[in-house]
Design a protein around this ligand. Structure first.
Ligand code: BG6
Length: 485
């Protein structure tokens, strides 16, 4: 059973691109689940706005199919589905003509929160923002939600920020990075700042290194042509991995509040050292017997876009100087796994005889997916006779086991973020200066590749990426955690 929660305030949510893939797969199923939990007021309305020649009934039918495809069957009771579909409306809209905007004005109610979700190509952000203002559809309290990719470099991100800033105040702009909506990402802050245990050790004096892995088992599949214009650095590192790095490395904010948290993240991004070319490895997966290579999936035989990146990152500040952060992400690897491993230094002196076994230091592993939880790698005595031999063991806790039996309402990332938009809470959204600072750091890395004509290294599908990525750590006397089957 899903727990009942307090409803957010009444709202009208307009989804531009309401018939598109993201709306169908994530946004609308997410809203359905929020309705089931009792968080979405019964009077709230969701208006799909798109070019498709639908009327409201055809849109409802489209959304209904999306629910069948993307929501657990057991949650699709007819009464609930009908209630949700009843809250939907549709507007066929060509954003470049006036009529549709006037019609939208007539559909919106005056006395509720208005949120506008731009689930469209970034090239349309500016036009939609201007039209909302021109037709007086967005007051000071209205919110706009924009998706990644937020630009493809510093210049384009600045231009997008400027276009939005002409029409909206920064406190109205919600830039989504869905990783920030993941339960364990927030748990990372709870673990760091809600326990006195870790923070005294959370620095270069005690931490040997940090490794952040976001490994995916799927290839680029059906979105290869789109993905090929982006690549792993833009698609995953500039946003998701950078956010994980920031939350792991930032100073404690004075409050868990939007600008306090974002100020601290920004300081980390600005403290990142430039990355030397030999500290980044890029790759492309090769074909297997039954699956195509990246080159085939991207439908671009000449492609030199990477779908794997591993890199060593240094943070030039007092807390982290000398403790590298290693980041790695890739498609078609052995398994789907996202985790942050904080690896502590060895004890300063061993009182035990050298047993010939080299034990690794303690590590705190925060697992975002698949089974969210934390593991502490500890050293204990190997049980039984035979003297004092040591071994490593995991002190393992999945959140599902730890909280077993409790009636927990766990919204997925999009659900949580959309509800935060309605609540007016920007803590889990990227601020404009953060996004620009991230591009400012990433751009020189990508530019070097372009200037040098660098080619990604081929790696075996189903493995852990190119050998050069292993070498990146080996040469520092360290190794990646295994991506297990
Ligand atoms: C998206 C990327 O932002 O995140 C995808 O565009 C990637 O390429 C996805 O697959 C990963 O998200 P998650 O939540 O499945 O880890």
């Amino acid at each position: 059973m899903v727990a009942k929660v307090i409803p957010v305030e009444d709202f009208d949510l307009v989804i531009f691109g309401g018939t598109g893939d993201l709306a169908t797969r994530k946004i609308l199923p997410g809203l359905y689940r929020r309705m089931l939990s009792g968080q979405m007021p019964k009077t709230s309305r969701i208006i799909g706005a798109a070019r498709s020649e639908y009327d409201a009934d055809a849109f409802r039918e489209h959304v209904h199919q999306g629910l069948k495809d993307h929501v657990d069957q057991s949650l699709l009771k007819k009464r609930d589905v009908d209630a949700f579909l009843g809250q939907l409306d549709y507007l066929q809209l060509d954003i470049f003509t006036d009529d549709g905007w006037k019609a939208l004005g007539e559909m919106l109610r005056g006395d509720v929160i208005r949120a506008f979700y731009f689930s469209v190509a970034p090239s349309l952000f500016g036009e939609i923002a201007r039209r909302l203002v021109q037709f007086k559809l967005a007051d000071q309290d209205a919110r706009i939600v924009v998706e990644k990719p937020f630009g493809r470099n510093l210049e384009t991100a600045k231009a997008l920020n400027a276009e939005l800033a002409e029409c909206f105040d920064e406190k109205q702009v919600y830039r989504i990075d869905h990783y920030l909506g993941k339960e364990t990402v927030q748990n990372l802050m709870a673990i760091r700042f809600g326990n006195a245990l870790f923070e005294p050790l959370w620095n270069a004096q005690h931490v040997d290194h940090v490794q952040i892995t976001a490994s995916e088992s799927l290839g680029v599949g059906g979105r290869g042509a789109y993905y090929d214009k982006s690549g792993a650095m833009r698609d995953m590192v500039q946003n998701h991995l950078m956010q994980l790095l920031c939350l792991t490395a930032m100073e404690p904010p004075s409050k868990f509040e939007a600008n306090a948290v974002r100020d601290e993240k920004l300081k980390i991004i600005k403290a990142l050292s430039p990355v030397a070319p030999n500290e980044v490895v890029r790759g492309q997966y090769s074909a297997t017997e039954d699956k195509g290579s990246y080159i085939q999936d991207s439908e671009n035989p000449e492609s030199d876009t990477e779908c794997f990146v591993a890199m060593k990152v240094e943070i030039a500040n007092w807390r982290w100087a000398g403790t590298p952060f290693y980041l790695r992400t890739g498609k078609r690897l052995r398994n789907r796994l996202t985790e942050i491993a904080v690896v502590f230094k060895d004890p300063p002196h061993s009182i035990f005889d050298d047993t010939g076994t080299h034990l690794r230091g303690n590590a705190l592993i925060i697992r975002l997916q698949p089974d969210e939880g934390i593991t502490m790698r500890m050293t204990i005595k190997d049980p039984g006779p035979g003297g004092m031999r040591l071994r490593e063991v995991p002190l393992d806790m999945t959140f599902a086991e730890a909280l077993e039996g409790e009636d927990i309402d766990l919204p997925d990332a999009y659900e949580r973020l959309i509800m935060d938009v309605i609540r007016g809470n920007q803590t889990l959204f990227m601020r404009g200066d953060e996004v620009e600072a991230a591009w400012n750091w990433i751009d020189p890395i990508i530019n070097q590749w372009v200037e040098k004509g660098s080619k990604p290294i081929q790696y075996d599908s189903g493995g852990s990426g190119p050998d050069d990525a292993l070498m990146l750590m080996h040469r520092d006397g360290r190794r990646w955690r295994e991506i297990k089957q």
